[in-house]
Ligand binder design. Structure first.
Ligand code: IPM
Ligand code: MN
Length: 372
């Protein structure tokens, strides 16, 4: 298959983790005889520095001209600490999601058997957790009208949803549940918010088209608690933009590190694949950023194009790296010399040669080739 991929590495650790995802994709292309092209474009703080615009027109053109987008991370401290900044890196990502109509953000959360002991949560609580979060991505409080009074003392953000916005992602969530464990949990705040009451009403109606799927409801505050108390109860979580943002960071604790969580942002025409973590400025350039979320986002990209065997091989290579403790310091307390690019090299090597007998265990932690 020929796939043209737009690469938007963005800020902070974005470029270094995205590089590892590209290595994995190149190894897949070679193994399966595919042809993948990569066209880079800038977004975020780096784009503001270069052009004054966090999403330059040219970047949007590159995204529209390619089959899929691989996104790194966005954000920089100089903006985080300056509430008066008019132009912000995050606007680049939000505009991108909106312009390309990427209304559904799918975030899988899994407890890896090999990492169970690394999670701060108890083994018996997280073991077997397998959740797919469907976060609405182009509506709600992120995109509602924003106001700041003249005197700067009053501010508001409108949370607005329409029936159509709810219906389209609800259908995706119910379809996904149909091929999983047939359960959708709608997370909302319907005891307080009018927009949440619309979500409940519309999602109940959509549910009638999927009689094999059970629908239940949780208020977001309770859901946040249940996520830590009993995450196994969840199959597909369906929720609005802001609640999905918060609950997915919380859920990442189950996997042992936020550096593991990948996501796909899809719409009717375009698809973008991005780790859920941020730009982690403190780690930039130190080789300590975990590239697995980006590599697993590349696996989701392949799956989007029905390249299931290829995606599975990436996952197998990732699991092998976790099993052998070839991981960055967020997960590795034993070996401090495993860098971002070493994890990427191992995964690409394993894709090209996925046999345990080819692994040179003596070399694995010596910074040498992992393959005999
Ligand atoms: C995410 C991020 C973004 C969001 C930020 C960077 C705007 O936290 O993808 O979860 O809030 O959606
Ligand atoms: Mn987030």
């Amino acid at each position: 298959m020929k796939l043209n991929i737009a690469v938007l590495p963005g800020d902070g650790i974005g470029p270094e983790v995205t590089k590892q995802a590209i290595k994995a994709l190149q190894a897949i292309a070679l193994e399966f005889d595919h042809s993948f092209s990569f066209t880079h474009a800038s977004v975020g703080a780096i784009a503001i520095d270069e052009t004054g615009n966090p999403l330059p027109e040219e970047t949007l053109d590159v995204c529209e001209a390619n089959d899929a987008i691989l996104f790194g991370a966005i954000g920089a401290p100089k903006y985080d600490n300056n509430p008066d900044a008019k132009v912000r890196p995050e606007q680049g990502l939000l505009r991108l999601r909106k312009s390309l109509g990427l209304y559904a953000n799918i975030r899988p959360v899994k407890a890896y058997e090999t990492l169970i002991d690394k999670s701060p949560l108890k083994k018996e609580i997280i073991e077997g957790t397998d959740i797919s979060i469907y976060r609405e991505l182009t509506g709600g409080i992120y995109f509602g009208e924003k106001q700041l009074s003249e005197d700067g003392n009053t501010a508001s953000d409108l949370c607005l949803y329409t029936r159509v916005e709810i219906e389209r992602i609800a259908h995706l969530a119910f379809k996904a549940a149909g091929s999983r464990r047939n359960k959708v949990t709608l997370v909302d705040k319907a005891n307080v918010l009018e927009s949440s009451r619309l979500w409940r009403k519309v999602v109940k109606e959509v549910a009638t088209e999927y009689p094999e799927v059970t629908l239940d409801f949780l208020f977001v505050d309770n859901a946040a608690m249940q996520m830590i108390l009993n995450p196994k109860q969840f199959d597909v979580i369906l929720t609005e933009n802001m609640f999905g943002d918060i609950i997915s960071d919380e859920a990442s604790v189950i996997g042992g590190s936020i550096g593991l969580l990948a996501s796909a942002s899809v719409g009717d025409k375009y698809a973008m694949f991005e780790p859920i973590h941020g730009s982690y400025p403190e780690a930039t350039g130190k080789g300590i950023a975990n590239p697995i979320a980006s590599i697993l986002s590349a696996a989701m990209l392949l799956e989007h194009f029905d390249l299931f065997e290829e995606a599975e091989l990436i996952r197998k290579a990732v699991e092998k790296s976790l099993l052998l403790n070839i991981t960055t310091p967020d997960l590795n307390t034993e070996y401090s010399n495993v860098t971002t690019s070493k994890v990427g090299d191992f995964i690409a090597d394993y894709i090209s040669n996925p046999k345990d007998s080819n692994l040179n265990f003596n070399n694995i932690h010596l910074g040498q080739s992992t393959i005999i």
